[in-house]
Design a protein around this ligand. Structure first.
Ligand code: HEC
Length: 129
């Protein structure tokens, strides 16, 4: 009897940990419209649309799905299915040079769960969903 209660609380603790650590697991598919776009809008768009300095310097315009997928003047920053080699993910994780960690100039960078959503969306194929 006691063991059963203990098991139950372990299961509950583990599953609530998983939900906190990997929100996308709990939510299933990550949506471009509902999850990704609001993050880009709040943290990236001020610089990454025509007139912004990120756009002027790199050519990366994040105002639409199409322009995001087109990437910079040099090419794509998202490889659907492969978050590790996607430049956009490398930059928000600070895996490239720290001086070009994105969002540019934001102390501490994006939160872990926001980075997690972006990564899961890329891994799931970076769909316009
Ligand atoms: C305060 C302005 C600013 C913000 C906010 C910003 N960026 Fe940038 N971004 C820049 C600038 C400037 C460059 C050009 C960097 C360079 O080439 O030196 C750039 C370049 C990039 C590049 C292209 C790098 C390359 O390969 O040339 C990516 C990808 C990028 N940013 C992603 C993001 C993402 C994702 C966000 C939001 C999470 C973001 N940026 C927010 C200013 C910004």
């Amino acid at each position: 009897m006691k063991n059963k209660i203990l098991m139950r609380s372990i299961v509950l603790t583990v599953s609530s940990f998983l939900v906190t650590a990997f929100p996308a697991l709990a939510l299933g598919d990550v949506s471009y419209t509902n999850d990704v776009k609001p993050i880009l809008h709040d943290y990236c768009l001020s610089c990454h649309q025509p007139g912004g300095k990120g756009y002027e310097r790199s050519g990366l315009d994040m105002s639409t799905y199409q322009s995001l997928m087109k990437g910079t003047n040099y090419g794509a920053v998202i490889q659907p299915g492969d978050s590790f080699s996607s430049v956009l993910i490398q930059l928000v994780e600070g895996r490239a040079h720290p001086s070009i960690k994105m969002p540019y100039g934001l102390e501490g960078g994006l939160s872990k769960d926001k980075i997690g959503l972006l990564k899961t969306w890329v891994k799931q194929g970076a769909k316009n969903n």
